[in-house]
Design a protein around this ligand. Structure first.
Ligand SMILES: *Cc1c(COP(=O)(O)O)cnc(C)c1O
Length: 227
């Protein structure tokens, strides 16, 4: 299937309220350009330096919206703020506090999503609920942050039923946070669902899916070394 065919099929499948972020971490700037010409504007990258390289190669396409979706080292926060319009992976208090300081200093104002982990997974970041409730007072003191939703990545290998249950737990956590304190009133986005599980995520209330292989295919060129 070509990129155009995959996109046409996705557009038939995805409900209109669901934002598609095309994850370009395994592909080239030229494939991003092709997707852009088919109407996509939102692209996701895991690593700051990969996003910068693609941004430079695509500088003639100024309305691309870059989403940072990978774990962010605290020492890359400043560069991340200059590249990403959205950061989906705010996954620990120290990173939130670093973002708060730098957003005050630079005036950058990306949309931030809190990454949560509601199924155990040693390989993934994100707040587990107990830690999140413990950190809430400190988070709510980060007055320059602009949290627009929650993000989650599921562990590999869950059944579709189990996946949908975890996604629904994330949606419920979002609802509880919204009721808990005005600081969280703007949590409108649920960034949940990748190529293998986006049906379950949407059924559980996702309104933003991050799709790599479903958009670019499996054979897409790998530009990233040592992921
Ligand atoms: C790679 C990645 C995706 C996309 O994965 P696919 O399975 O190719 O759709 C989505 N979200 C995050 C955080 C990723 O790292």
């Amino acid at each position: 299937m070509t990129l155009a065919e995959r996109l046409a099929r996705l557009r038939e499948t995805l409900p209109p309220h669901v934002k598609l972020v095309a994850v370009s971490k395994y592909t080239t700037a030229e494939s991003v350009r092709e997707a852009y010409h088919h109407g996509l504007r939102d692209f996701g990258e895991n690593r700051v330096q990969d996003a910068i390289a693609k941004q430079e190669a695509l500088a003639d396409l100024p309305d691309i919206v870059w989403h940072g979706i990978g774990t962010l080292q605290t020492n890359k926060t400043r560069r991340a703020l200059s590249v990403f319009a959205w950061i989906h992976s705010v996954d620990r208090l120290k990173l939130a506090q670093s973002l708060d300081r730098l957003m005050a200093e630079t005036g950058a104002n990306p949309k931030l999503l809190l990454q949560v982990k509601l199924a155990p997974d040693p390989d993934k970041g994100g707040w587990e609920p107990d830690q999140l409730w413990a950190d809430l007072p400190a988070l709510q003191r980060c007055e320059h942050l602009n949290f627009g939703g929650l993000m989650t990545i599921l562990p590999l290998g869950l059944s579709p039923t189990a996946a949908q249950t975890v996604f629904a737990d994330v949606a419920r956590l979002r609802d509880r946070l919204r009721q808990h304190h005005p600081y969280w009133h703007n949590l409108e986005w649920l960034s949940m669902g990748m190529s293998g599980d986006y049906d379950q995520a949407i059924a559980a209330g996702s309104n933003l899916v991050r799709l790599g292989t479903a958009v670019f295919g499996r054979g897409s060129a790998v530009t990233t070394t040592n992921l």
